[in-house]
Design a protein around this ligand. Structure first.
Ligand code: SAM
Length: 267
């Protein structure tokens, strides 16, 4: 099979990949047949999952706009995905063209496409990195070149922590990340959570992901709180993403209980 021109060398097109499956769900085109087939299986198992992807993306946008409005000018977006509409740098650089953004993802397609769309943008970069090795991300030369860790940074962990197992110890990883941040910095998360009346759908989705390299799991609000321990949760705390400062201009958005969202501030 010949690869499209945007596909980086060595990309494995035989196994579905979380970044590309999500891209397909959002209507993007940086995905392969194996990702589309897998996404269609997810959609058959749980038709509501498409709405979840869009709702999660809308949450990310609201978080970034809100933090930018509060004066945050540096963003470290880990598990950033394949750039699509409403990317973090577009939102914040519309407010302040000098605002800094670094995208980090484990997937080569996400990174290479990010690098392509950021070519010529002196204040934003996309790098490969793994949330399970925070020191490498924080110490990366592009991160160091663009972000000033003496000033507040917003770390975005949106729809990525549920790909980490308990053995990966997400609370310890987030502690390590936030230790490097200045007081007044923020951590934003969204996380897949169990919902009683969607038990079957969630189970099927978890099983399907179990056949891929990126397994997925739900966590309870208490487990999400443990991930953010030591930080001050900002209002309204850990809530379904659609209840996190809903956009008054988008009142039609259906309630989404399968994903929790929260933003916390380093004291
Ligand atoms: C569902 S997408 C979320 C994209 C974006 N944050 C959003 O919410 O719109 C999850 C992303 O996390 C990335 N990812 C999964 N595990 C990761 C890890 N250990 N380190 C960095 N990125 C990871 C995947 O490649 C994928 O691009």
């Amino acid at each position: 099979m010949s690869l499209p021109e945007w596909a980086p060398d060595g990309v494995d097109v035989t196994v579905p990949n979380a970044a590309r499956v999500y891209d397909y769900g959002l209507g993007g085109y940086h995905n392969f047949a194996v990702d589309r087939e897998f996404a269609e299986q997810l959609i058959s198992a749980w038709p509501g999952i498409l709405q979840v992807a869009h709702t999660n993306r809308a949450f990310l946008g609201r978080v970034v706009r809100r933090l930018a409005a509060q004066g945050v000018r540096q963003f470290l977006d880990i598990g950033s995905g394949i750039p699509t509409r409403g990317n973090v740098h577009e939102v914040v650089q519309a407010i302040d063209p000098e605002a800094r953004v670094v995208y980090v993802d484990i997937d080569d397609v996400a990174v290479s496409h990010g690098q392509a769309i950021l070519a010529g943008n002196a204040h934003a970069a996309a790098i490969g990195g793994d949330l399970r090795t925070p020191a490498r991300i924080i110490g990366h030369e592009r991160v160091r070149a663009l972000l000033d860790f003496e000033q507040p940074v917003a770390v975005l962990l949106v729809a990525v922590l549920h790909f980490l197992s308990d053995e990966d110890d997400p609370p310890a990883l987030v502690r390590e990340l936030t230790a490097a941040l200045a007081p007044g910095s923020f951590v934003a998360v969204s996380h897949f959570t169990a919902v009683e009346d969607l038990g079957q759908e969630h189970e099927q989705v978890t099983k399907l992901y179990g056949r891929t390299p990126t397994t997925v799991r739900t966590r309870t609000p208490e487990q999400v709180a443990a991930i953010l321990a030591g930080l001050d949760l900002i209002e309204p705390g850990i809530v379904p993403i659609t209840s996190w400062h809903p956009d008054p201009d988008d009142p039609a958005e259906n309630e989404q209980r399968s994903v929790l969202g929260a933003v916390a501030k380093k004291p």
